[in-house]
Structure formats: C-alpha cells, structure tokens
Design a protein around this ligand. Sequence first.
Ligand code: NAP
Length: 325
Amino acid sequence: MSVIPLQQHGFNTSRLILGCMSFGGGWNSDPITEDDLQKAEKGLDAALSIGITMLDHANIYTRGKAEAVFGKIFKEKPGLREQLVVQSKCGIRFQEGDIPGRYDFSKEHIVRSVEDSLQRLQTDYLDIVLLHRPDPLMEPDEVAEAFGKLKAEGKVRAFGVSNMSASQIRFLQQSLSEKLVVNQLEMSLSHLHWLDQGVHVNQNAGTTVSFAEGLMEYCQMERIQLQAWGPLSQGRFTGRAVEQEPEHVQRTAALVEQMAREKETTPESIVLGWLMRHPAGIQPIIGTANVNRILACQDAEQQAKNMTREEWYALYVCARGHHLP
Ligand SMILES: NC(=O)c1ccc[n+]([C@@H]2O[C@H](COP(=O)([O-])OP(=O)(O)OC[C@H]3O[C@@H](n4cnc5c(N)ncnc54)[C@H](OP(=O)(O)O)[C@@H]3O)[C@@H](O)[C@H]2O)c1
C-alpha cells in the first residue's frame, strides 16, 4: 500500500490510530481510579501488540482524564512516549455556569489548552494539534500567532484540523507559515456522506447529502491526511445487537460477517479495510477500549490490500440502502 500523507510529512506512524475518548473514566471530575489506569494500560498494550503507534486525544475527552491517565502510563514507562505519535485537539469549551458550551480559537485558549494537555500527558511536546470543530469567530492571523508560538517553543511539531471544509482549511491556511497536515472527519460504512457527495453530483438525491463539496479531493491534492472518526460505526456491523436498526443496517452487518467468515478474518478488519481501500489513504481512529475488539482490528490493512472493487462496492451499496444513481 502506498505511503500515506502523514508519512510524507515525516511522521513515522501506523495506519490505525487508537482513539482515546473512552479512557480515563467518566466525563466528570471524579478522580482517576486504579481500574481506569488498568483499562488504559491494557488498551494501549493491545494496540501496541498489533502495531498501532499513534494516539488520538482531545483536551476534553473524559474532561481531561483521558490525557491524564496516559500521562501516568508514560511516566511509568520511560521511553514509551517517544515511540508514539501523540495527537490532541483543542477549541471546544464546556458550559461554565451560565456561559454555554462553545468553540474558542483565540490565541489565549489555544496556547493554554495545549500547555494543559502537555502537563496532563506528562510530555514536553505533542506531535500534532488539531482544531476540534470550526469556530465561526476564527481569525486566521490569531490562530497563526498561537501555532507559531507553540512551534517555536518546541511544544508542537505540526498542526491540523477536524470537521472542517476545504474553504475553511484554505481560509486558515493562507495565514499559516506551515502546511496543515490532518483533517479528521466522521467516515464509516454507517456515515457515508463523504462518498455520497461525490456520486450524487447533479442528482436530486444529493440534496440530502451533508458533506462539503470537493473536500475529499482537496485533502488528497494538498496531501492533508484524512482521519476517520467513528470508523467502527459504534459496533453496528461488528457484533452489536441490530434488531432495532433499519433493514439495510441488518443486511450490511450480515454481509460483513459473511465476508469475514469467507476471508477468515474479523468483522472489524472488514469494515476498517473497506475504509482503508479508498485511495485517499484514510487513517481510521478506532474508539474501542475493549482489548478483544482492539486485537480484532489487526488484519485491517491486509483486508484493504485484498479487497476487490466488487467487494468494496457490495459493502458501500448495501450500507447505503439504495442502488447507485
Ligand atoms: N474529531 C471529532 O470530532 C471526533 C468525534 C468523535 C470521536 N473522535 C475520535 O475518534 C475515536 C473513535 O470514535 P468513536 O468512538 O465514535 O468510534 P468507533 O470506533 O466507531 O466506536 C467505538 C465505540 O463503539 C463501541 N463498540 C465498538 N464495537 C462494538 C461492539 N461490537 N459492540 C458494542 N459496542 C461496540 C465501543 O465500545 P467498547 O469500548 O466497549 O468496545 C466504543 O464505545 C474516538 O476515540 C476519538 O479519538 C473524534
């Protein structure tokens, strides 16, 4: 399989990323427990054992405790952090009293948020920092100042975005001295707008598609690494009960299971392999904290290599629930 964009930017990373949103305990201010620590240790060990070398964090995950629990692991295991590509995000702020939840791309927030993440993760640097969700009040020159300061101080190696359109990326990029390297989006067999936008050009059905036009092509042309959040569709096609789901979801789950059986692999590797078969070189961010489910992702890259065009379309069309136009 060809070199993915992030590797072209000098990051020595695995194709799969371990998403850390489910680690650290609940989304509350309860302290991290021994169980939380063990869960993260076991999850990370399982990920490392199948060659995963990249972590996806955010300052907000379990209200900072996801980063903090990995910080404890890094402290316990000297040298481990340097073997990994660690990414985190900033820009979402929780409700505080009467002030509602909001986005904040001010210089002050970006810099403080990254410094807090470094402290929680007990590390001197983050490999990549992403802006989590587009802030309508974004001023690119101000973001550039924050990025420039963090880069000059050696606190961040590179920057990216999440959930942004091509125009938003272009708008931000024109103020930055370095290229944005990542855009993270929801992409999976159950969330298909990223593909449907392309196949519905000039079709009435396209009016219900919610994906920024040309984003896939733009990221590929600009060598921006596309990362997929929600790639396991929260288990819909890999063993979660689907009796209450629409018929096409049930049929897709059955097709995934049949393919996995025939190819002597796991349903997780089929759904991830399907995403990775796309020529953009997508990096799926697996969000499971369950050791067996992490291990079940091991064969994904091989499945991507082996997946025929016919198999890929069989999964896409079945998951759409409609024939292609
Ligand atoms: N940029 C963004 O806006 C954004 C948004 C959301 C997430 N993310 C990132 O993307 C990562 C993945 O996202 P995600 O967690 O939504 O996606 P996911 O990988 O599709 O789903 C993982 C979730 O589904 C559950 N699950 C998986 N297989 C299952 C099965 N067979 N039966 C029952 N439950 C099952 C997992 O529970 P178990 O732990 O029990 O397996 C976990 O809660 C996150 O960790 C985070 O790093 C980014």
